[in-house]
Design a protein around this ligand. Structure first.
Ligand code: ZN
Length: 388
């Protein structure tokens, strides 16, 4: 990684702080000054962003930008170790900045309270040497990749799901990009998000630390980077494997004849947004918690079908609901005989959207999806239930 930025020598206090770096020939004073001159942009202050930002700050990367627009929730604390219990309800950026400033006041932390979009990505990336992708969804992942290719910045990539993680460096000079591996986003609803699929809390710690390691190596220009190597980590087996990835001349963004020449907002297509809101008319596939509540109170005759997993049902449930996990639904369809009127829910509305599609295909044409799932029920009807 080349940069023509130079910085003044280290202060005595900085020499003390970075002494374990300074005595290593691979870092030394020259390397530490490269770190100090470097600018890294973290997308997200969540599970991956936590170790990335903490370790880059501790290492003395001079400027760290962070993009996020979320607030800290109790359900984040199991893995997003940059935030603490007193930060619940606070903006993630404020919380992260306070923690990073306490860790290393020499580092400039620049926060961007916004969603990354096709409108702002290029301008933002131009100001940094590299981008560290800590996003948890496909629209942003494609946006980060495309904007990195278009601005010529390496994309230090990480992703996590349940017990498995992946890390690599995309969009480096002469290296492949994300679209060389995965040219187009998956169809809506095919891949569960962390909120739907769960994640072992330690996993982003491992993967984010790998990303931070790659970022520091890129800055120092030492070692062998993960460019062209897609690293897979299985926490259950405690195994690392790697796939070779080559730049694809037909890649839609970094290939010889690119079709993607500007960043794209995929939000409308990627299915991480729960099933779109529709008016609650008879033909609609959706209903709301505000409509469900009086129907339960009146003891209307309908089936409230919960398609989450048993473990989730044990955490919280809407009284009167019947559990058939989505994966078992096709085989257990006969249990629904005699029920025409059906409201289906899951945690946030994605799985139940799929269940409603299955049910309607099977002839249950009155089945409707509860928008926002049990989370909407907890937020707007019964806040005494635990959120997860
Ligand atoms: Zn590519």
């Amino acid at each position: 990684m080349k940069t023509d930025r130079t910085v003044a020598a280290l202060t005595n206090e900085e020499v003390g702080r970075y002494s374990r770096h300074l005595i290593m020939p691979e870092v030394g004073m020259e390397g530490q000054l490269k770190l100090k001159a470097a600018r890294a942009l973290c997308i997200g202050a969540g599970g991956l962003g936590s170790p990335v930002a903490l370790y880059l700050t501790a290492a003395g990367v001079g400027t760290i930008g962070i993009v996020d627009f979320d607030t800290v929730d109790y359900s984040n604390l199991q893995r997003q170790i940059i935030h603490g219990t007193p930060d619940v309800g606070r903006s993630k950026l404020e919380s992260a900045k306070a923690r990073l400033n306490a860790l290393n006041p020499e580092v400039e932390v620049v926060t961007y309270e916004m969603a990354l979009s096709s409108q702002n990505a290029l301008g933002l990336f131009t100001d940094y040497d590299m981008v560290v992708d800590g996003t948890d969804n496909f629209p942003t992942r494609y946006l980060v990749n495309d904007a990195c290719v278009l601005t010529g910045k390496p994309n230090v990539y990480g992703s996590i799901s349940r017990f498995e993680g992946q890390a690599t460096v995309f969009a480096a000079e002469d290296g492949p990009c994300y679209r060389c591996m995965f040219p187009e986003p998956p169809p809506p609803g095919l891949v569960p998000s962390c909120a739907e699929g769960g994640v072992l809390g330690i996993l982003p710690g491992v993967v984010g630390t790998l990303q931070a390691t790659e970022a520091i190596k890129l800055i120092l220009g030492v070692g062998e980077s993960l460019v062209g190597r897609f690293l897979l980590f299985d926490a259950l087996k405690m195994r690392f494997r790697e796939l070779k990835v080559r730049q694809d001349p037909d890649c839609p963004v970094c290939g010889e004849h690119p079709t993607v020449t500007a960043p794209i907002d995929y939000d409308q297509f990627c299915g991480i947004t729960p099933v779109p809101a529709a008016s609650p008319t008879s033909g609609s596939t959706d209903t709301t918690v505000e409509e469900l509540k009086p129907r339960l109170d009146r003891q209307d005759s309908f089936l409230l079908l919960d398609v989450r997993e048993q473990r989730e049902f044990e955490i919280c449930r809407i009284p009167g609901s019947v559990l058939i996990p989505l994966g078992e639904l096709p085989a257990r369809m006969s249990e629904l005989d005699g029920h025409a009127d059906m409201i289906v829910h899951c945690k946030s509305g994605v799985r139940s959207g799929k269940a409603v599609a299955l049910l309607r295909d099977a002839g249950y044409t009155q089945a409707r999806n509860l928008q926002g799932g049990i989370l909407a029920w907890i937020d707007r009807v019964d806040p005494t239930l635990p959120r997860y």
